[in-house]
Write a protein that binds this ligand. Structure first.
Ligand SMILES: O=C(O)CCC(=O)C(=O)O
Ligand SMILES: [Fe+2]
Length: 368
């Protein structure tokens, strides 16, 4: 892919550096009002919801048909009704997760000079390195978080200077983690295709060389946490996102039936959420889920979000095997992955609209 025609991006300072100055007032660019208005997360926050589905991946793959069938049914209804679930027995070892946890801290503690070498550069559409994504203007409100973004797969799209600049042990762990998550993603997508009665070859062909990006997120504590937001409400652009919460600090919330529901971390579990690309691919059957991150007044939070999109040169749109007009018309048009992402990165995060409105066919007119 090439991204030359991307709009310039604004590179914002690190929140981590900001709080080292022991601030008592929150700088204006971080203070939110509109985000929390009548849905203030302190007045409308649900307690952790224990009904969030949990899928046992070993069970899903088990030769024992009763267990496999029940996990398969659970997966299908989680995708239809929640767009969100946690997975256990997923094949990512606990030692690897422990290593990632300590190495993430080292990454965000890198000395300023080391950090500078692997910062985002203005104009880089994929905004890789340290920084915030989706800051498209100087006067835009900013999220209370620092992120390190990288493309992990396909390997030919990696930025060598980022891999060279990160702590060595982190690089090694991310390598193992990246291939483990690609496997898990292919397993889950394969089962979803089966549940949707999609041609499984179509999924295999679209994702066999998939684009995998990672966001390593650090949410510093904020003394006035009710004034800021860690990550603005959004749905993810890719197909499946897999989130690893590296400590016990709550923060991730999903919007379910109009309410924000806090996701309680299950130790060792991974969070899977459906992104806009899967809503498009499934022609609306598996809707993407809106989510956001709130910040804790005293405790920091770390997470790694891994996003899986189709192969970089693919065209996205509803699966051919799901479309059969006039009874089953396409709800979304087709577009190259490159143009889809150009649209995504050119907008600030704003709930669940950016990608789906760009792709939706209005009034049955495929050309609109
Ligand atoms: O930090 C999290 O739990 C979620 C991060 C997320 O939603 C994202 O990076 O898109
Ligand atoms: Fe997200």
């Amino acid at each position: 892919m090439s991204y030359e025609s991307s709009p310039p991006k604004v590179v914002v300072p690190s929140v981590h550096e900001l709080i080292k100055e022991k601030i008592t007032e929150i700088p204006n660019p971080y203070i939110r009002t509109s985000c929390f208005d009548h849905e203030d997360h302190h007045t409308n926050q649900s307690t952790a919801d224990h009904n969030i589905p949990v899928i046992d991946v070993q069970g899903l793959l088990s030769g024992e048909s009763v267990l496999a069938d029940s996990e398969f049914e659970k997966l299908h209804s989680a995708c239809q009704d929640w767009g969100f679930f946690q997975v256990v027995n997923h094949g990512i070892g606990s030692l690897l997760i422990e290593n990632l946890k300590s190495e993430m801290r080292n990454l965000f503690e890198l000395p300023v000079e080391e950090r500078k070498k692997i910062c985002q550069e203005p104009g880089d559409q994929m905004a890789e390195g340290f920084g915030q994504l989706f800051v498209v203007s100087d006067d835009q409100k900013r999220d209370w978080s620092d992120t390190f973004y990288l493309t992990a797969l396909p390997t030919k799209l990696r930025k060598p200077q980022l891999f060279a600049g990160m702590p060595v042990l982190l690089r090694e762990s991310l390598e193992t983690y990246s291939s483990g998550l690609k496997n898990l993603t292919m397993i889950l997508l394969g089962k979803m295709a089966k549940a949707l009665k999609m041609d499984s070859d179509e999924i295999e062909e679209l994702f066999n060389d998939c684009l995998q990006r990672m966001g390593l997120n650090y949410y510093p504590p904020c003394p006035k946490s009710e004034q800021v937001i860690g990550l603005s409400p959004h749905s993810d652009a890719g197909s499946l996102s897999i989130v690893l919460q590296l400590n016990e600090t709550e923060g991730l919330q999903i919007r379910k039936d109009g309410k924000w529901v806090t996701v309680k971390p299950i130790p060792g579990a991974l969070i899977v959420n459906i992104g806009d690309m899967l809503e498009i691919l499934s022609n609306g059957a598996y809707p993407s889920i809106e989510h956001r991150v709130v910040v804790n007044p005293t405790m920091e939070r770390f997470s790694i979000a891994t996003f899986h999109s189709t192969n970089p040169d693919a065209e996205i749109g509803p699966a051919h095997s799901l479309i059969d007009p006039p009874h089953k018309p396409a709800l979304f048009r087709r577009e190259t992955l490159k143009k889809y992402y150009q649209n995504f990165f050119a907008h600030k995060l704003n709930g669940k609209t950016t990608n789906l409105d760009f792709m939706r066919i209005q009034n049955g007119d495929p050309s609109s």
